[in-house]
Ligand binder design. Structure first.
Ligand code: NAD
Ligand code: DAU
Length: 361
């Protein structure tokens, strides 16, 4: 039975990945989820698998080397899937230090601990051990708005925000371990994910949450920035396929030629909410295009992200499977049916965050 150490498994993509893996492999695998439970980590995302015998949650900070060493000492880990990170660009602009600490130092700790646990006395690595570092397409910087160029695995790194710079630093550390020690790893660089359990600081859940409560929908700048949207389950599947079928020491970009301007997304959310909400639902009267409010732009706002997933398709046969029209409907329905989840994560500290982040725009 393969044992996985998943970091950041209580966050958005990590929790969807854990669900995906249990759906796919059932009792054939064991998963240990190590997460510090920051504001972005939420064990409610995993409530339905809490009782599984082949699942363990450990509250641990990836910058705490003794805590991570202990996990490796007490378990024979076969796979590391490293999601844990500070992930929100706007927060990184306000307070970069925690991004450097978690994303760079935390990744170094994960690499050191895996290397120490997996290395043979002659410097080779135990058979079959693999580390997958989950990263972002933002490390490649910004593309021109003309739709002709795409991020590929050999696109030079050109990060602009403290978040993407810290992820670029973590990617380079992983590369250095592969180059220096022949450490058995892969890196995936993925485009914008959407789906259930995403914290409502990110564009799609923030707009759904605000629209349902009749709050302004804050669109940065001219609203015409482009992101390449990928349904989170397709990402989870891509990660597993890269780890099991990809060539070690390689980077794979995961994305799906699904470019949308932000304003298109916001309008689609409003139209879908109006179509999905029954007339007698009191939230329906709040939803309107009049809520769209153009606000000050994000500092250093990247114009366009777009991935050409040619390598992962050619070598591994991965393709995005969820059409955007279907994925966004599923996502919106999930938020409509999980009002309590949304209410819980937007109570308390979220209110203060929202006030700080949006009051001066
Ligand atoms: P998230 O913010 O929803 O979740 C991050 C998780 O990491 C949380 O559970 C949090 O508690 C945990 N964490 C944070 N600091 C930690 C620490 N010091 N020790 C242990 N755990 C800690 O993030 P997400 O959107 O799920 O992103 C997961 C990963 O995927 C990140 O590495 C991110 O860079 C990458 N990624 C995200 C996207 C996207 O669109 N969301 C796209 C590409 C890549
Ligand atoms: O590309 C992958 C990246 O996608 C991941 O690495 C990041 O972890 C993830 O957060 C995401 O980064 P973005 O900055 O692209 O996502 P965000 O949802 O914050 O913003 C998407 C776009 O929407 C961006 O152009 C900014 C804009 N936006 C965002 C918010 C929160 C708004 O116009 N208004 C908003 O209130």
């Amino acid at each position: 039975m393969r044992t996985y150490l998943v970091t950041g498994g209580a966050g958005f993509i990590g929790s969807n990945y854990i669900h995906y893996m249990f759906r796919k492999y059932g009792d054939e695998i064991r998963i240990i989820n190590a997460d510090a439970l920051t504001y972005a980590g939420n064990l409610e995302n995993l409530r339905d698998i809490e009782g599984r015998e082949n699942y363990t949650f450990i509250k641990a900070d990836i910058t705490d080397q003794p805590a991570i060493e202990k996990i490796f000492a007490e378990n024979d880990i076969d796979r590391v899937v490293h999601f844990a990170a500070e992930s929100h660009v706007d927060r990184s602009i306000k307070d970069p230090s925690v991004f450097v600490r978690t994303n760079v130092l935390g990744t170094a700790v994960m690499l050191n601990c895996a290397k120490a646990a997996w290395e043979n006395p002659d410097g080779s690595f135990k058979e079959g051990k693999k580390f997958l570092h989950v990263s972002t397409d933002e490390v490649y910087g910004s593309l021109p708005d003309d739709g002709t160029s795409f991020f590929r695995e050999d696109t030079p790194y050109d990060p602009h925000s403290p978040y993407s710079a810290s992820k670029a630093g973590s990617d380079l550390l992983v590369k250095s371990y592969m180059d220096t020690y022949h450490f058995p790893a892969n890196i995936t660089n993925t485009s914008n994910n959407y789906g259930p359990f995403q914290f409502p600081e990110k564009l799609i859940p923030l707009m759904i949450n605000n629209a349902l409560s009749g709050k302004p929908l804050p669109v940065y700048g001219d609203g015409r920035n482009i992101r390449d949207w990928l349904y989170v389950d397709d990402h989870a599947k891509g990660i597993d396929m890269v780890q099991e079928q990809g060539r070690l020491f390689q980077t794979y970009n995961i994305g799906g030629h699904n470019e949308k301007r932000n304003i298109e997304i916001v309008e689609l959310i409003i139209d879908t909410l109006l179509a999905e909400l029954p007339d007698d639902d009191p939230r329906k009267k709040n939803v309107s295009r009049d809520l769209i409010t153009y606000v000050g732009d994000r500092k250093g706002h990247d114009r366009r992200y777009a991935i050409a997933p040619d390598k992962i398709r050619a070598e591994i046969g991965w393709e995005p499977e969820t059409p955007f029209a279907e994925g966004i409907k599923k996502t919106i329905r999930w938020y409509l049916n999980n009002e309590e989840w949304l209410a819980n994560v937007t109570s308390g500290n979220y209110q203060k965050y929202y006030e700080d982040m949006y009051s001066n725009r």
